[in-house]
Design a protein around this ligand. Structure first.
Ligand code: COA
Length: 380
């Protein structure tokens, strides 16, 4: 390689994403980028031709690329929203979420990931963001070290992801439960009344509820009662995730076992609940968010709502799981049906105060975790 070529290779420019010139390269990078540890199964994402699909539903978003000569050697997305950060309504802050950071294997450890994140933080600061945060897998050593050692992020929250496979047939719903779909205005007022003090609750909840990916909000109460004054009721909303995923890097034996169990489950009714859905080729999924219950007898109501969502997914082709993300210690997980063997609590969120020293006293990093957090489906 001539001196000039080497210099060009070493010079890495960070700039805004340009759809005209970068689309194909970014899709390529996403397809071929190895994420996570080599020894563990990983999630592969297919953004269905739209690399901005994980941020474009947020109020403000941005994508940066790293360019070396003609090559694209890194990419990162960011989104900004105003959300609750403490237990009172006044504790609101501008939050910047960092996601989709990718550097191809052959360009790693050259400082590109760090520069991309710093450039995204600059964009956050330009937009008066108070805190930046990101989510990664506990086992993703590269990502955790980059953010905590090199970029001063603090490990912060550890949500759980609950996974319920979509079966072949609809579940039979409890005839004593009445399920009502809410108008957006009704849903917004329930969210504002019951969830606006939760960490990460977005100020623009109406934009979430009226987004075309939000399939609706449902409440359940006992038949014969009205949800408006029932003493036991439950609610949730459903988000249609705009991309596909699949699980990769599973040993052949596991794949084979999964296939056998799936067949057994289909053929013999008493094996119901043991099969692993085909999550090894790309599939779509629904996300349950805003799950909330009131009253001592609300558990079967939440169960009925989740079964209702399952039945919605059964009718769709290619939808193989229904997923819910809840706070690490949130007791609601006991009432959302899920398969323990498919669910995981391996996510870790890290946060960084971007205006340290500028604000008076509130230091979110050091606040003890609240049990419930609002999981914004736009950021999944
Ligand atoms: C995580 C990732 C973006 C890092 O990109 P990168 O350009 O290699 O990172 P940098 O060169 O800026 O690394 C900065 C620091 O991060 C840490 N780091 C990066 N990769 C590491 C690794 N594999 N193991 C341990 N520490 C690592 C080191 O502290 C490193 O500093 P050093 O090289 O001086 O020791 C890259 O490994 C990647 O694309 N991984 C797959 C996608 C992914 O996991 N994204 C993160 C999801 S949030």
């Amino acid at each position: 390689m001539s001196m000039r070529n080497e210099e060009a290779r070493d010079y890495v420019k960070i700039r805004a994403y340009n759809k005209e010139t970068d689309l194909e390269k970014v899709l390529d990078l996403e397809r071929n980028c190895e994420v996570g540890s080599k020894k563990r199964p990983i999630l592969v994402t297919d953004c269905l031709g739209d690399p901005l699909c994980r941020v474009r539903n947020s109020p403000l978003y941005h994508m940066l690329v790293a360019e070396s000569g003609k090559d694209l050697v890194g990419v990162v997305c960011g989104s900004i929203k105003v959300a609750t950060i403490g237990s009172s309504l006044e504790s609101r802050a501008k939050l910047g979420y960092i996601l989709g950071l990718r550097v191809p294997t052959c360009h790693r450890r050259r400082g590109i990931g760090r520069r991309l994140v710093l450039a995204m933080e600059q964009w956050f600061c330009y937009n008066q963001v108070d805190y930046a945060y990101m989510a990664t897998e506990k086992s993703n050593e590269a990502s955790i070290k980059l953010f905590t050692y090199k970029l001063n992020y603090t490990k912060f929250r550890t949500p759980r992801i609950l996974v319920n496979p979509v079966g072949h047939k609809p579940e039979r719903l409890d005839p004593n439960v009445a399920i009502t779909r809410l108008e957006i205005g009704q849903a917004k007022s329930l969210y504002t009344r019951h969830m606006s003090s939760l960490e990460f609750f977005p100020q623009d909840i109406d934009q979430v509820l009226s987004n075309k990916l939000c399939l609706g909000t449902w409440v359940a109460c006992r038949h014969g009662e009205s949800w408006l004054n029932a003493s036991n009721w439950a609610m949730l909303s459903v988000w249609n995730c705009p991309y596909r995923i699949r699980v990769a890097r599973l040993p052949f034996v596991c794949l084979f076992r999964a296939k056998i169990l799936r067949h057994l489950e289909r053929l013999i009714p008493c094996f119901k609940g043991i099969g692993i859905p085909n999550i090894f080729s790309f599939f779509r999924f629904y996300i349950i968010y805003g799950a909330h219950m009131v009253g001592p007898e609300a558990a079967p109501l939440m169960q009925a709502l989740c079964e209702h969502v399952h039945n919605m997914a059964v009718k769709q082709k290619g939808y193989r799981i229904v997923l819910a993300e809840v706070g690490g210690d949130d007791g609601i997980r006991y009432f959302i049906p899920h398969r323990r063997d498919l669910s995981f609590s391996s996510d870790i969120w890290c946060v960084k105060d971007l205006r340290k020293g500028e604000r008076e006293s509130f230091d979110w990093n050091t606040m003890p975790p609240s049990t419930s957090i609002f999981l914004d489906p736009r950021e999944f």
